[in-house]
Design a protein around this ligand. Sequence first.
Ligand code: HEC
Length: 151
Amino acid sequence: MNFRSLTVFALLAASAALADDSPQNAARYRHVVMEGVGDHMKASALVVKGEVGRTADLKAHAKAMNDAAQYFDQLFPKGSGPDVVPKSNALPKIWEDWEGFVKANETFKKASADFLAATESGEMEKIKPAFGALGKSCGGCHDTYRKDEEH
Ligand code: HEC
């Protein structure tokens, strides 16, 4: 490595270290990631219900959700709850019952991996139940750890 590329590398490392991981930014970031996962679910639903004939795309949606599942729980650092970030819908129970929260995320990891495997088979009779189970895994966490949004 020459001196110039070393300098660039050092600068990049420094700016990463200086990232402003304030509770507000952590909550904003998880909101965006959650919405992304939500959109992959919505896109998948259009295909699974047969409203769009793009079955081959399901694998990409499943992969994106399963990738997110791997780091989901890390999006909830201590001190980023509604006491500090009032507009967050995260319930304090997440941090009071961290083990249960991680377990809910394990269920999501497994369900998204199963959905990914089903999409790889390309068989709708496998895809449909796996998609249903995946949806339940989202609800399983939301029911306990997310505030009901007033609609
Ligand atoms: C391990 C727990 C957990 C799992 C699993 C989970 N969520 Fe969430 N989700 C949350 C929490 C907590 C919030 C509220 C975050 C906040 O407001 O700070 C949330 C918020 C959301 C939101 C609203 C955006 C927001 O930040 O308020 C959407 C959309 C969403 N989730 C979709 C999904 C979908 C779709 C799945 C499954 C594919 C899923 N979630 C799985 C815990 C989870």
